[in-house]
Design a protein around this ligand. Structure first.
Ligand SMILES: Cc1ncc(COP(=O)(O)O)c(C=O)c1O
Length: 419
């Protein structure tokens, strides 16, 4: 008897419905492959929304975590442990910054960045008490806390969660003029994703990031780059900002930093910025715990140019396979790439922002998605999400996706025609 239906029912019964998961119940995974409770295998093109750059259970990462599990898992930050300084030093060096503040989830890193920027504004920039503002972008995704959803432009994320945290000004993404105009004497930071990923991959116009850097420098405003999704190799360089030679004042990192094993996030900046925090002003019981640092350290040591190239090359092959199959079936589509983060938009309009992303043919995507799932390929379940490859995708995996695509593309064509 299949175990999936019962497991799906139980999950529905006992958990809050803040997600709408697929009726697939995973019980194990290795590399790029997931196995469900009924022994069906799926190729994973979600890669933990970018947290699994190396694939599932990379042997070196698992070995580092096991070794740490056998020695020490948690101290709280009341003690220093022997993995802490190494992790922070190697991450600081990777970022070219002085200091690291480790947290757990991405949203916590964003919250931490906001607190640090506000404090910096009051103590260093001299903003009058309670007046600090931060400029953010339309279409942003920075997490789910009450403060972060306060400046989300996605009504589903925001509605009914007020009252909202004040102190944020939203401007169109990619529009340097609007961003510049929004900065006033009380602006302490600009907080943006160098590449947006929440409506599919949206890459800002060339020159935007250097322009943001320049205006932040000119106006004494911190440039905070949320590289939680785009960082650590996802776009073909260590950071998405690197592509345009831009160095922000603060990096926010997460996801891949934990090697797909434990949540690890961090705020990385120089002493003149992160140094504003004093003991007792910020913290987390689990932030920077020994297991997290061991997994994070092993991840940092694995991430190199070879990994970035492998991710990029794999994404290019998969994107082309998908595009060829859709073209052969006559399905209008657009590919948007940022290294190995890419989207297949089911539209013939150029996608530059949320409005253009919404021109997609949702029924076509849905039919495509379900056909791929039936063929054992697990894509992001929404037309507005990025596809994420992992370095573990091998030739067998590529053959499987190549074999599945033509049928899925024909299903999309039929659905797009109202069939
Ligand atoms: C750019 C960006 N920032 C922040 C977050 C929030 O991270 P977490 O889900 O770990 O809180 C995400 C998650 O998708 C993200 O993509």
């Amino acid at each position: 008897m299949l175990r999936t239906p019962g497991a799906v029912r139980d999950a529905e019964r006992w958990t809050a419905h803040n997600y709408h998961p697929l009726p697939v119940v995973i019980s194990s995974a290795e590399g790029a492959w997931l196995t469900d409770v009924d022994d069906r295998r799926y190729l994973d093109f979600l890669a933990g929304y970018s947290a699994l750059n190396f694939g599932h259970r990379h042997p070196q990462l698992v070995a580092a975590a096991h070794a740490q599990l056998d020695r020490l898992t948690l101290t709280s930050r009341a003690f220093i442990h022997d993995q802490f300084a190494d992790f922070c030093r190697e991450l600081a060096e990777l970022c070219g910054k002085d200091l690291v503040l480790p947290m757990n989830t991405g949203a916590e890193a964003v919250e931490t960045g906001i607190k640090v920027a506000r404090k910096w504004g009051y103590q260093v920039k001299g903003v009058p008490a309670g007046q600090a503002n931060i400029v953010v972008a339309e279409g942003n995704f920075h997490g789910r806390t009450t403060t972060i959803v306060s400046f989300s432009t996605d009504e589903d994320a925001r509605a009914d969660f007020g009252p909202y945290t004040p102190g944020f000004t939203v401007v169109p993404y990619g529009d340097l003029e609007a961003l510049t105009a929004a900065i006033d004497e009380n602006t302490v930071a600009v907080l943006i994703e160098p590449i947006q990923g929440e409506q599919g991959v949206v890459v800002p116009p060339e020159g935007y990031l250097p322009g943001v850097r320049q205006v932040c420098t000119d106006r004494n405003v911190l440039f905070i780059a949320d590289e939680i999704q785009s960082g650590l190799g996802r776009t073909g360089a260590t950071f998405a900002c690197d592509h345009e030679g831009v160095v922000p004042d603060m990096y926010l990192l997460g996801k891949a930093l934990g090697g797909g094993i434990v949540p690890v996030s961090a705020v990385v900046a120089n002493t003149d910025v992160l140094g504003v925090l004093k003991p007792g002003e910020h913290g987390s019981t689990f932030g920077g715990n020994p297991l997290a640092c061991a997994a994070g350290l092993a991840t940092l040591r694995l991430a190199d140019d070879a990994l970035y190239r492998k991710l990029d090359d794999t994404a290019a092959v998969v994107g082309k396979l998908a595009s060829d199959a859709l073209a052969a079936a006559g399905v209008p589509h657009r590919l948007s790439y940022a290294g190995s983060m890419f989207s297949v938009f089911f539209t013939d309009a150029d996608v530059v922002d949320y409005d253009s992303a919404r021109t997609q043919q949702a029924p076509a995507f849905k039919a495509f998605f379900h056909s791929m799932l039936a063929a054992g390929v697990y894509l992001p379940p929404s037309a507005f999400e990025s596809w994420f490859v992992s370095a573990a995708l091998d030739d067998a995996a590529l053959e499987q996706i190549a074999a599945a695509l033509p049928t899925a593309a024909r299903a999309a064509a039929a659905a797009g025609n109202g069939g």
